[in-house]
Ligand binder design. Structure first.
Ligand code: SAH
Ligand code: SF4
Length: 358
């Protein structure tokens, strides 16, 4: 079927999505153009910022793709203290970033839970209650999620990584700490508590097919997510999945497939927030800007103190690890304007999807 006919539909079938994920050449351009138009008409051309603070690379899990997995002995572990984090929060507030996002390896100790809680409370204090807070600290108990929510965090990013259980277990150890159902339940709990919930997947994983990716998009629609962060999988040499590196598609294909995923999701879910993932920039210097052009509307500039950035290496060739926040800030505005968008300074930029009355 001509892809213009697919665009006429109100709901995409699995086959429609598979066809759209397979386009290239003129049809790919058409897809990107339609996604851009959909975005402009539904949410406009404003990009919102979440100052990203990579709190700690200490992790209790062993995800087989991730450079900061517990079993990687070849990295220096760090954990920012509250004062360092609050300095970064102050920077975000002073520079009108609107929101911060705290990301971390997964730790569930009482000390960690308390630390995050203190960071949330103090961040609200120093910003007159104004700064928006997104968390991405993995799977936690319902009680912990609730505590953090009541203290002021209101968005949570937890990627499902793959919505196909079989693939999930090919990229995670099969044990109690890496359980597909637990991850899914965590997403449901977050939603029940009242968070704006974001999920996402990596694109271009070993063993992953176009069909898996189509199912991932259908999963997001079905789960009715408020936000999504999808990025290309980038192999890391100190991880078990590295052995499959020769079976992967070239980086530039993982990049363009991610762009298609973003574009299709934007058409399927017109008013959600979609992140232009940092991993895109690891492949293409203006990768995030390209993602904005085809449907993304959220940027997460890294405001982690410079000296720790090298150590938060989830994947290799991570961009900007040698910069400090000031360097990033100076180019954000220019970059966003280059793709005919504007930055929503001092605004939360919550998902319009979430705000809609049911
Ligand atoms: N520990 C938390 C948050 C930090 S990891 C969690 O796992 O939810 C954040 C994201 O980094 C993960 O969800 C994963 O999708 C992504 N990631 C990890 N390793 C990666 C790799 N090698 N390439 C691309 N993305 C990766
Ligand atoms: Fe830990 Fe998250 Fe990396 Fe898994 S993806 S090893 S939970 S930091």
């Amino acid at each position: 079927m001509p892809i213009a006919d697919i665009f006429e539909k109100t709901e995409f079938s699995r086959n429609d999505i598979i066809q759209l994920l397979s386009v290239n050449g003129d049809d790919e351009k058409l897809l990107f153009k339609f996604a851009a138009k959909t975005k402009t008409e539904s949410i406009g051309n404003t990009v919102y910022l979440r100052g990203l603070i990579e709190l700690s690379n200490i992790c209790s899990k062993d995800c087989m793709y991730c450079g900061i997995r517990k079993s990687n002995q070849d990295i220096k572990r760090y954990s920012l203290d509250v004062v360092e984090v609050l300095k970064a929060v102050q920077f975000a507030y002073d520079n009108k970033y609107g929101s911060i996002a705290i990301q971390s390896g997964e730790i569930t100790s009482a000390a960690f839970v308390d630390k995050i809680n203190t960071i949330i409370l103090r961040s609200k204090e120093i910003s007159n209650g104004e700064i928006g807070i997104t968390l991405s600290c993995g799977e936690q108990s319902e009680e912990t999620y609730r505590t953090w929510f009541e203290s002021g965090a209101h968005r949570y990013l937890l990627r499902i990584e793959s919505s196909t259980e079989e693939l999930y277990y090919k990229i995670h150890p099969k044990d109690d700490t890496h359980n597909f159902q637990t991850r899914l339940n965590a997403l449901k709990t977050l939603k029940k508590i009242g968070y704006q919930v974001g999920t996402g997947v990596m694109v271009g994983l070993p063993f992953q097919t176009i069909e898996h990716l189509a199912d991932d998009l259908l999963f997001m629609k079905e789960f009715d997510v408020d936000m999504c962060g999808m990025g290309p999988y980038i192999e890391h040499k100190n991880t078990p999945l590295y052995q499959f590196k020769d079976s992967l598609m070239p980086l530039k294909d993982r990049f363009s497939l991610t762009m298609k995923m973003i574009a299709i999701l934007r058409i399927m879910m017109k008013d959600i927030n979609i992140v232009a993932a940092t991993a895109l920039q690891a492949i293409d210097k203006i990768g995030r800007e390209k993602a904005i052009q085809v449907g993304a509307n959220i940027l997460m500039p890294n405001i982690t103190p410079g000296k720790f950035r090298d150590s938060y290496a989830l994947y290799e060739n991570k961009p900007c690890t040698d910069e400090n926040a000031e360097d990033c800030k100076s180019c954000i505005d220019v970059r966003v304007h280059l793709v005919n968008h504007k930055v929503g300074y001092s605004e939360w930029g919550d998902s319009l999807h979430f705000q809609k009355p049911i």
